[in-house]
Ligand binder design. Structure first.
Ligand SMILES: [Mg+2]
Length: 238
């Protein structure tokens, strides 16, 4: 694979630098939150919670905005048949979010070979993380937990900014943090595991892209579309 010339690398975080998928290949999404919402008396069954949450989530996707988990949960609880006060929904949303975070964080682990790859590039290019996240600050905290935070000039997440990939406003803000103009995307290589999420926003800003295809490690992942630079293991990225 012949890589183009670039000064910066913008990495996606989850399932690129840190893995969160389970043995079935599913990303850590709601975990035990639907069951907890039932136990708190808001919904009759976990499926009802999931349906209400999916509706709230769809609203957020429509405009390319990131609505952090707490607000998603509050809106979902507000839509419940229980019809509780706003204060009660806020309090239970906090409880659900705390439970989610403990459970989610315990699933996380660094992607195989990630630190050797970062060490290599840290000596050669400027590195940053530009990523979707349900919680503001979560990617930075988890990268630090695994000793990877020191490799990056900055970590920008969607929950902090309020826009999520594939909306180009997230990588556009990252260009600005990197000291680059909106037309200087050609100086950046964007690397991510989701071809449908990570690639379009980068291409829109003129960035080069590298798809980290996880199909050898993660069930359910398909082939990379023709014409996109691809690797399947960090050892290929040097
Ligand atoms: Mg990802």
């Amino acid at each position: 694979m012949q890589l183009p010339d670039f000064d910066w690398i913008f990495f996606d975080c989850f399932n690129t630098l840190i893995d969160d998928f389970d043995p079935a290949g599913e990303e850590g999404s709601l975990l035990s939150v639907p069951q907890l919402a039932v136990e708190c008396g808001f919904f009759g069954a976990p499926a009802e919670f999931r349906e209400a949450y999916a509706h709230v989530r769809a609203q957020t996707l429509r405009n390319g905005r990131e609505i952090p988990l707490h607000e998603r949960l509050r809106q979902t609880l507000h839509a419940a048949p229980a019809n509780r006060s706003r204060e009660e929904c806020v309090a239970v949303a906090s409880r659900l979010q705390t439970a989610w975070e403990v459970e989610y964080v315990s699933m996380l682990r660094p992607t195989p070979g990630v630190e050797a790859m970062l060490k290599h590039w840290y000596a050669r290019r400027a590195l940053a993380v530009v990523t979707n996240s349900l919680l503001p600050g979560l990617p930075q905290a988890q990268l630090e937990r695994f000793g990877l935070g020191r490799y990056f000039r900055f970590v920008l997440d969607s929950a902090t900014l309020g826009f999520k990939k594939p909306n180009p406003l997230l990588p556009m803000e990252a260009l600005s943090l990197a000291g680059l103009g909106p037309c200087e995307g050609t100086q950046v290589l964007a690397v991510g595991d989701r071809h449908d999420v990570d690639v379009p926003s980068a291409l829109e800003l003129g960035m080069h892209v590298l798809h980290f295809n996880r199909r050898h490690a993660r069930p359910g992942v398909g082939l990379t579309p023709e014409g996109t630079n691809v690797i399947h293991d960090w050892s290929e990225f040097r």
